[in-house]
Design a protein around this ligand. Sequence first.
Ligand SMILES: [Zn+2]
Length: 355
Amino acid sequence: METFFCHFRRTLLASPARAAGVLLAVLFLAFPPGVSPAPQEQETFVVYYGCSGQWEVATPLTAREKSAAKTTIVSAAGITWNLTYLDAANTGWNDTTRGPRRKQVLQAVLLNLSAMLDHPGGRCDVELRVSEFDGSGVLASGGTLYRTSASAPNGYQPGLAFQNITTAVDIAPTLPDIRLRVDWGWRWHEEFSAPPDDVQDLYSVLLHEMAHALGYNSLAESNGSSKFEVGSGKKIFTTYDNLLFERATGRKLWDANLNFQGSNLAGGANFIELRSQRAHNVYPGRTFPPVHTPTTFSDGRSLSHWQTAETPLEAIMRFTTPGGELRRGFSPFERAVLEELGYRLKPDPTFWMMY
Ligand SMILES: [Zn+2]
């Protein structure tokens, strides 16, 4: 394809008159009289952030952002992570004093994921968005991109991170697959040692946000519609959503036409569960893991985490992070959910807890 393009350009340069003839011939062959070229559809992708519940239409980096960005490649055990840091010089990830260690912690998290996921040749572009420093709201947020273009069918999407890691086919090469944002205004433990009480362990929080981006994410609005339905008219949910059921009634949350058929999404403890037989087999008490359904629906929080009180303390997708907690690896049932979402996992669990 590229060879043809280069050859064609050389032909054009050689003789303008001949070039015009060639061009007309090519156009005639491609679009005979009476057939107009179909307009190129504008592809649209939306990033949805776990924890914070924010979402934004993804656009390629501007020339200024591109020239300012620092990029790092982390490649080991089969997956290539391409990291783009958008912070200005000497702030956040690029802080002169603390930045290098912060980046080391992130890279260790990604190597941990590479060691767990059995996807040789997988690629994933991670954009570290401009950091926050106000110490309010969520500690950090992370998410992947979903296709909301006019031609995108309604249905359950895995997100671009899953697609690129498992197939290495990038359907949106000018866009990242994951966006992460950290608020450095909180008290962070940016080391590999255990954190002191009341200090947030950066490794644990980054792993949690990456898990959202890998697929631990719901796109359900409080009334059961898709978060994107108002803007795009699309009923787009996640493969994770496709596993959610009401515990008492056994009803799947969405019917075959993606209409909500649950009672509500704020039913309190153990109201909704994630029905994965693999997870059930290793979940304490042999039940399906219950998802977080606080009595008031909370964007980014409801459904995308485990029910706090009932879930094993070491689970990384519990919502609360009171600080001083070390959760640097997926629980067995959380690994099972990753498999349910479509990932292949390597067999050696000892390596996943290397830090
Ligand atoms: Zn979260």
